[in-house]
Design a protein around this ligand. Sequence first.
Ligand SMILES: *Cc1c(COP(=O)(O)O)cnc(C)c1O
Length: 306
Amino acid sequence: MVDRVLVTLDGTVRNPDAPLLFADDIGVLRGDGVFETVLVRDGTVCALEFHLARLRRSAQALDLPEPELGRWRNAVEQAAQEWGAEREGMMRLVLTRGREPATDNPRSAVTSGELSDTVPVPTSYVLVSGVSERVAKARAEGISVVTLARGISIDLAQAAPWQLLGAKTLSYATNMAALRFAARMGAQDVIFTSTENRVLEGPRSTVVIARDKQLITPPAKNGVLPGVTQRALFAEAERAGYDCKYEPLFTADLLTCDSIWMLSSVTLAARVNSLDGLRMSAPDNAEEIVELVDRGIERAGAIGDW
Ligand SMILES: *Cc1c(COP(=O)(O)O)cnc(C)c1O
């Protein structure tokens, strides 16, 4: 059984232990690129069309060339097939600006081998690896979370589009640093807050709170990434009679709600079992919410059916 699968956008299955990137790839030099992380379950790629749509929007936000979605679909299918259906996989779609244009530099050949004089050829590949133990534990037991200041206003997304707040970019060093900071405080994850004490998101997940039969998440215009998993939950929960809303949340709302959920494509639903050291016990509908996320993601496979 393979432990990783690597497929480039030309549909070539590559040896994941062989070098792929050039030293002057702008994705490496500047973190200038975008990505998606997708769950592979039972051999199928969950909610693929929604991830491709966001990859396209992220690329637009960075003025990257329009991703050729047909080629991405083929590479993704190829990678999923190679991975197989026996176990879950974490699939990453990576798209960087490509090699730095130098005067006498042959342009990137990773993806297409095409040469161009002025515009770099984007680096594009699909990488599948196993789902970490952390994920199984987060799903089963929930996670401990600390709130950390993100140092930005909820108005920033609109005032400063170059901050790329709605794009899933490769510039995640800050997000990873926040997770390490949390780990030093004994916590497993982070909820970022704005300068106005509004709830933003996790470094790699969307925050949703549950209150009775209500589910609430901060709106994208507050500077959070629109989450595929959150959207899948909302679509499914509405069918089940939940009232699902996009509303600004204060940190105080985190303390008065029934449960807090960190949603993301690979972990799916992780319930916050402790917030800033305060224990949060599971509400009666915890299992129902987990099932709604599972079913929502399954339905999202039926392309564009929302
Ligand atoms: C990926 C990510 C999410 C979660 O999105 P999904 O589409 O559910 O995986 C939320 N916030 C940030 C910052 C992310 O990078």
